[in-house]
Design a protein around this ligand. Structure first.
Ligand code: XIL
Length: 313
């Protein structure tokens, strides 16, 4: 897995990024696939000892489940709050975990004051300030950022949001540039869901990433959320291959709701991709807890899917 990851980076035409990233690789000693396996958490879940123990023992990466979203970090204009994100970052650093930032520009969990903006120049400045302030605060601590999240409709067209309505797709350029300027070492991602087979949404995303990269926008990676329905993993491998034609890296992010076999299929598909991150630890704390989507049950016991993955790694 490490070799696959390295090869993709070595294909990148940006040597300084490669060097910085190799520094991360050395610091965290990426030698086993398990270290590419992450989960989402925040202060609430990490304060539960069963959860923090599972995270320490089993996962190499952490993503803030909610604490870095716009409504958590900048609920009022230019008034930033970092307590939740700081908690997660401190936990990650204390325990030697990588951190993946999530997420800078997303139509959801977005405060009303942003949604009300009608001026292109104001919204541009607001995106720049938001991205710059957050990425600068954690400069050197995050190895990945989800810069833009869920900007596509199922048919591959661009979703209506304040960002696209006011700025067209240039909001993508603005956000990635601001993030890149603030931390040139972090790998910057565009992230979406329902990319679980080669479909219209996958094609729309691939076309956009190709065209933005041709214009010099530093989109390094594509994240695919893989909130699967049971039995829904069969097309994942082909979709990952298609996504990988457009970016340096593809990250399977936010995996949940999969059956034991689906988890295994996804992990095996990841033999051609660098990264997998499940969306939480225990079914008890999941945003979709009714569907028992995760690798540990409500009593924090490992489920069959967990054991299947560990055997596969
Ligand atoms: C979810 C969180 O898990 C919930 O706690 C919250 O109430 C809603 O958001 N796609 C994403 C994630 O990119 O940020 C979402 O996380 C799940 C769907």
């Amino acid at each position: 897995m490490f070799e696959v990851y390295r090869r993709w980076h070595d294909d990148s035409d940006d040597d300084s990024l490669d060097q910085n990233h190799h520094r991360f690789q050395q610091r965290y000693d990426f030698r086993t696939y398990r270290q590419y396996f992450g989960t989402a958490a925040d202060q609430g879940t990490l304060s539960v000892s069963q959860v923090s123990n599972i995270v320490r023992a089993n996962f190499g990466q952490l993503t803030p489940e909610n604490s870095m979203k716009w409504d958590s970090t900048e609920g009022s204009q230019n008034s930033f709050s970092f307590s939740g994100a700081d908690y997660l970052v401190n936990f990650a650093q204390t325990n030697g975990k990588l951190v993946r930032g999530h997420t800078l520009v997303w139509h959801s969990q977005l405060p009303q004051w942003v949604k009300n903006i009608g001026s292109a120049s104001t919204l541009t400045t607001v995106i720049q300030n938001h991205a710059k302030t957050i990425v600068t605060r954690y400069k050197g601590k995050f190895f990945h950022y989800d810069v833009v999240n869920e900007m596509f409709n199922e048919d591959g067209t661009v979703r209506s949001s304040v960002f696209s309505n006011v700025l067209g797709t240039t909001f993508v350029d603005i956000a990635f540039k601001a993030a890149r300027d603030a931390d040139s070492a972090a790998k910057l991602y565009i992230n979406d869901y329902n990319l679980d087979s080669v479909n219209s949404k996958v094609n729309g995303l691939v076309n956009l990433v190709n065209s933005k990269r041709a214009d010099g926008v530093a989109i390094h990676g594509i994240g695919t959320q893989a909130h699967l329905n049971a039995g829904g993993a069969g097309g994942v491998q082909a979709a990952l291959q298609k996504l990988a034609t457009a970016a340096d890296e593809v990250c399977v992010h936010e995996v949940s709701r999969a059956s034991s076999n689906d988890y295994l299929t996804v992990v095996n598909a990841c033999l051609n991709t660098p990264n997998a991150l499940v969306w939480g630890v225990s079914d008890k704390d999941s945003w979709r807890s009714g569907q028992n989507p995760l690798l540990f049950d409500g009593n924090y016991n490992a489920k069959a899917a967990y054991n299947a993955i560990i055997n596969a790694l």
